[in-house]
Design a protein around this ligand. Structure first.
Ligand code: SAM
Length: 317
């Protein structure tokens, strides 16, 4: 797609399942932490709920102006990261919280964001307008740090060789430069469907937007925000995110008995569970995946808030 062309609309993922988990209706206040193209919010509004939508991308908020008018006072938008939602709205002020993680189709398909290896654009990758860009990171970080980002967040086995090639080619400013370096280093096996640059672009995007830190803080914010009986629904798209959601719900529902290899066991006198044991994770059906390939890797985890107070202790994934 050429720069400046209109990006296709975002198709909401697992919309029916998310609405089933959140049960929007008259008198329900839903916080949509990832407003994006507003697919979830419009469905909740149509069911009679009131919605507060967060998005860290000022362009997503600006594009939603007509939604605000159409909602006739039932939709409020906030341009901020979802980790700030409890601080902004106050504790126990929401009946439901939705998080649909990652980037929207509009962001992915607009070269100006620099998120895709499919078209040339500035090496930016920020969803919002603040903080260092991907180019800043790649042009200033040490080779070891770049390798660590690619390995940890992209599970890229050639991380060290790619990092060395990046450092040798600095300064970088365009997505095409990065994509070419990765493709040259990794090579493309015949018949391989996935572009070799996929993992490196994912890793950098997660790093630039601190997506895993935002998720951990966002889950704790949802815990504070939800009323007893309030409902949380989180749709994630890769195993690093899903693992954080799974661990959070296991810990806060009292299911973690021994802690993981990386964490100490739950203290003997852990706070009372702030969530009921979560439902089994759900995945999209074959028909949705056929209609919307972006849904392919989606996992929905949902849970209901208990009456216990939010835990004082920070959630450390
Ligand atoms: C997958 S899209 C959401 C799509 C939305 N559910 C819909 O139906 O149109 C994710 C959106 O969340 C935003 N986003 C991602 N992480 C965020 C965060 N930590 N805080 C606020 N917004 C975030 C992105 O800018 C993007 O617009």
């Amino acid at each position: 797609m050429a720069a400046g062309a209109a990006a296709p609309a975002h198709v909401p993922v697992m919309l029916a399942e998310v609405m089933e988990a959140l049960r929007p209706g008259p008198g329900v206040h839903l916080v949509d932490g990832t407003y994006g193209g507003g697919g979830y919010a419009r469905a909740a509004l149509a069911a009679g709920a009131r919605v507060t939508g967060f998005d860290r991308d000022p362009r997503a908020i600006a594009a939603a102006r007509e939604d605000v008018v159409a909602a006739g006072g039932r939709l409020t938008l906030v341009c901020a990261p979802f980790s700030t939602m409890a601080a902004r709205l106050g504790p126990t002020s929401a009946d439901g919280v939705a998080l649909d993680l990652g980037v929207s189709s509009m962001q992915l398909d607009d070269p100006a964001y620099g998120l895709s290896f499919r078209f040339d654009g500035p090496l930016d990758m920020r969803m919002g307008a603040d903080g260092p860009t991907a180019a800043d990171v790649l042009n200033t970080a040490s080779e070891a740090d770049i390798a660590d980002i690619l390995f940890r967040l992209g599970e890229e086995r050639a991380a060290r060789r790619i990092a060395r090639a990046i450092v040798a080619a600095r300064p970088l400013s365009r997505t095409s430069e990065l994509a070419d370096i990765v493709r040259r280093v990794v090579g493309r096996r015949p018949g391989q469907a996935i572009d070799p640059a996929t993992r490196s672009f994912q890793a950098l995007r997660i790093h630039v937007n601190d997506e895993l830190g935002e998720l951990a803080r966002g889950l704790a914010a949802a815990e504070q925000l939800l009323v007893p009986g309030g409902r949380l629904a989180v749709v994630s798209f890769h195993s690093l995110e899903d693992r954080i959601v799974k661990r959070f719900l296991a810990e806060r529902s009292g299911r973690v008995a021994h802690g993981s290899r990386h964490r100490p066991a739950r203290p003997a006198r852990a706070p009372a569970p702030s969530f009921a044991p979560p439902a089994e994770p759900r995945r999209p059906g074959a028909a949705e995946i056929a209609r919307n390939p972006r849904a392919r890797s989606a996992v929905l985890r949902a849970a209901v808030r208990s009456a216990a107070p939010a835990w004082q202790q920070e959630f450390r994934p």
